[in-house]
Ligand binder design. Structure first.
Ligand SMILES: Cc1cc2nc3c(=O)[nH]c(=O)nc-3n(C[C@H](O)[C@H](O)[C@H](O)COP(=O)(O)OP(=O)(O)OC[C@H]3O[C@@H](n4cnc5c(N)ncnc54)[C@H](O)[C@@H]3O)c2cc1C
Length: 420
């Protein structure tokens, strides 16, 4: 079967790899000049099964009210005259009650664990190198109430196979000695030894190269303009400039832009862009910079050491498709970094970046068939696209090829009913 994959971010490249490995002929189309040049470019770098709790949870509402109107807040809603934003916001609220948050956490965790295992396999079989570090992920807390909430989350995650272990403040400093100089006292943390980190862009580039050796054709610099529908099937992809491309099946992996392509077909994906920022600091071999990948849950930022660089990333801003850098928000993540690691506060070599997470209201991705016969989606990975990309790529390939998937696909398709 000839499968056309739209989008060469982490999710599109992983889908293409797994489809080609299953024997399909694959063409990937992307508007950029290479793979992973949009949201997958400079993310937080974490393969973080321990981060499975979605933003939509019972705690978030009080936090949003507390942060309302603060330009530097970890979560910022910029209310717009945009029906898609309001509809998504209402769905987000419906995902916040404890039972929904628990259900979504478990669905994300299952996929994340599956994906992490596949990533480890792929890395060793293909010999991929992408500044990866297998030192675990430590979530640290500077607020007692946040720490207590994390303890209940860690209990739930251990029940479902993620070995997220609660640690005292002293144990946190032993795991990551660079935390010892923090200006804000650490009250405790949780540690997940099997979680890891690495540069998502480097990974995607290498996986794309390996996919090309399996025969995958990458067509870069091609803007997808529309899907052409004939009766209950997609007949082709129309590119900007008028050319068309035809296949037997089509996979939409356009990240935050997926709903825009599908809306004219009457498919309404509950995906909205959640803008996040990163700052990449050239820290060389500074011992004052952390080596273990860290999550500062209270501030919604993560830290990953990528060779001689420290990537700090996070926060969310619901502001439509604007990717402009906001000075206040850039400064806020760097200020927090220097409060936690004062020993690197002299670092001036900093690269800022912003990307649009393709977020579903409950952060559960959408993987599988749509009600148009040969049209599939693989999108909505939100905060955890790097963590879940290998798993959702394999799941998608199994569903396209009508093979029994290795994970129960229903939680990722149940939301598909919203596509009608
Ligand atoms: C600040 C930040 C930090 C993050 N940290 C982490 C982390 O630590 N761990 C983690 O697991 N996840 C993290 N994420 C999330 C992760 O980066 C995303 O979920 C993931 O990159 C989404 O990948 P994607 O392939 O779906 O989308 P994208 O990478 O955006 O890929 C979509 C592709 O579609 C192409 N495209 C779009 N429209 C068109 C069109 N019309 N025609 C042609 N091509 C088109 C784009 O060029 C792009 O290449 C973070 C995200 C952000 C923003």
């Amino acid at each position: 079967m000839h499968v056309v994959v739209l989008g060469a971010g982490l999710v599109g490249v992983s889908s293409a790899w797994h489809l080609a490995a299953a024997g399909h002929q694959v063409t990937v189309v992307d508007r950029q000049a290479g793979p992973a040049l949009e949201t997958s470019y400079a993310n937080g770098g974490q393969i973080s099964t321990s981060h499975a709790e979605p933003w939509a949870n019972p705690q978030v509402l009080s936090n949003i009210l507390r942060w309302l109107g603060r330009e530097d807040s970890p979560l910022l809603w910029r209310l717009r005259a945009d029906p898609a934003q309001w509809a998504w916001g209402l769905r987000f609220l419906r995902e916040c009650p404890p039972a929904r948050a628990r259900h979504n956490t478990i669905a994300i965790l299952r996929l994340a664990l599956y994906s992490r295992a596949l990533l480890k396999d792929l890395r060793s079989v293909l010999g991929l190198e992408y500044d990866q570090a297998q030192r675990g992920i430590l979530h640290f807390y500077t607020d007692q109430a946040e720490f207590e909430h994390a303890i209940t989350q860690a209990d739930l995650m251990r029940e479902y196979g993620c070995d997220r272990v609660v640690k005292s403040a002293r144990e946190c400093l032993a795991i990551e000695p660079a935390l010892a100089d923090a200006k804000v006292p650490i009250v405790g943390g949780t540690f997940t030894a099997d979680d890891e980190s690495g540069d998502a862009h480097l990974f995607a580039r290498q996986l794309a190269e390996r996919a090309a050796t399996l025969g995958v054709v990458f067509r870069y610099g091609c803007q997808v303009a529309a899907l052409e529908r004939r009766a209950d099937r997609i007949a082709g992809v129309r590119l900007a400039g008028g050319a068309s491309l035809a296949g037997d099946a089509y996979v939409v992996a356009l990240g935050s832009y997926s709903p825009l392509l599908l809306r004219p077909l009457g498919l309404r994906l509950p995906v909205y862009p959640a803008k996040g920022y990163s700052a990449t600091l050239a820290v060389g071999d500074a011992v004052a910079a952390p080596k273990v990948s860290l999550t500062d849950d209270g501030h919604k930022i993560v830290f990953s050491r990528l060779g001689g660089r420290l990537r700090v990333a996070g926060t969310a801003e619901f502001a439509g498709y604007d990717t402009a850098l906001n000075d206040t928000r850039c400064r806020a993540i760097v200020r927090r970094t220097f409060d936690i690691f004062p020993g690197i506060s002299g670092c001036r070599d900093i690269e800022y970046w912003a990307g649009l997470r393709p977020a579903t209201p409950g952060n559960v991705p959408l993987v599988g068939a749509t009600r148009i016969g040969n049209l599939f989606v693989n999108t909505g990975h939100g905060t955890l696209g790097w963590t879940m990309a290998c798993g959702t790529g394999k799941l998608l390939a199994d569903l396209v090829g009508r093979r029994a998937p290795e994970v129960d696909p229903s939680p990722y398709q149940a939301q598909g009913s919203l596509m009608a």
